[in-house]
Write a protein that binds this ligand. Structure first.
Ligand code: CP
Length: 345
């Protein structure tokens, strides 16, 4: 089933079915469980030896990766820029408001331009549909750097952090407390299920997970030995968990709902008292930016169980691994034009 999903997203430029498919990463389940494990293995190797792979370098020449932001960013921007440089390439960062995509020029036409100019397209945007269109018309890999629906690069970093902590993801329980309808919750469901984790999603009424995502995640979990459950009570959700995670209660674009959300999420803050119900060795994750005293208490995020700084660092390693993995497959599928300079022997 995940392979079928992969095939749906895989072929760029729509028309040419004679050519092997380009792989994209628009949502967590664009990787199969085995592929996700491959990327995480590579991420660990690249963390140990950051300059060991330079697929974007060709002598003195460097390939370019477009990194486009329709929304603001700190971690995603810096981790992709630094990671692409470590891979021997250069990141062309496009800040919010600087491009014509979607308002002066269609996503289709943008994809047609970019695929002739850059080696990969990393895009933080609003709706998932834009990413799907970009991927359909691009013969270079497209990566979701956060959409309203999913944040799959963040989950790769989180899974790497869990592996570092416990040696494995399979069989570990992750409790996500907060806005269980947001992109992080959806990506935890899918990505955690792929990794064989037991994922519990816990949010208040009105902020519960998308049933379609839960259904897909449960199908995946059926293959990997994991599980995905929707739990109403935070105390029940964190009971015996290995990982407790949360996210801001007000995601980008929801600023107008701040006071309404503050009321709705009462009782869903991650406190020391809540953490005490998790396993003694449990760790705390937050994709950041965090609001201390709102979704998490300062003594949790700044305490000994917090792994948020490792998690933030792991964005770079996980994304580098993902790019290496995607670029290898893009090279295998490329039959239309080789833009790269000759590599001298
Ligand atoms: N976690 C995350 O995506 O951070 P930024 O919004 O700073 O990129």
């Amino acid at each position: 089933m995940t392979d079928a999903l992969t095939a749906d997203h895989a072929r760029g430029a729509g028309e040419d079915s004679s050519r092997p498919a380009v792989r994209h990463f628009l949502k967590d389940s664009d990787l199969s469980p085995a592929e996700q494990a491959e990327v995480l293995d590579l991420a660990a190797a690249l963390k140990a030896a950051p300059h060991s792979r330079t697929p974007l370098a060709h002598g003195d020449a460097r390939e370019t990766v477009a990194v486009i932001f329709d929304k603001t960013s700190t971690r995603t921007r810096f981790s992709f820029a630094a990671g692409i440089a470590e891979l021997g390439g250069q990141a062309l960062i496009v800040n919010p408001g600087e491009s014509q995509i979607g308002h002066k020029e269609s996503v289709e036409d943008t994809a047609r331009i970019l695929e002739r100019t850059v080696s990969a397209i990393v895009w933080r945007t609003f709706g998932q549909a834009g990413l799907e269109t970009m991927a359909r018309f691009s013969r270079v890999p497209v990566v979701n750097a956060l959409s309203d629906e999913f944040h799959p690069c963040q989950i790769l970093a989180d899974l790497l952090t869990v592996r570092e902590e416990f040696g494995t993801t399979a069989g570990r329980t992750l409790a996500y407390i907060g806005d269980a309808a947001n992109n992080m919750a959806s990506s935890y469901a899918l990505g955690g299920a792929l990794a064989g984790m037991h994922v519990r999603l816990c949010g208040p009424q009105g902020y519960r997970p998308d049933p379609a995502v839960v259904e897909e995640a449960q199908r995946i979990a059926g293959e990997t030995g994991g599980s995905v459950a929707v739990v109403d009570e935070p105390r029940e959700a964190v009971s015996g968990a290995d990982v407790v995670a949360t996210d801001t209660w007000v995601s980008m674009g929801q600023e107008g709902q701040k006071s309404e959300r503050a009321g709705a999420f009462e009782g869903f803050r991650v406190t020391e008292e809540l953490m005490a119900l998790a396993r003694p060795e449990a760790v705390f994750l937050h994709c950041l930016p965090a609001y201390r005293g709102v979704e998490v208490d300062a003594d949790v995020i700044d305490g000994s169980r917090s792994r948020v700084w490792d998690e933030a660092e792991n964005r770079r390693h996980a994304q580098k691994a993902l790019l290496v993995w995607l670029l290898q497959r893009a090279e295998a599928s490329s039959s239309f034009v080789d833009r790269r300079p000759e590599v001298s022997a």
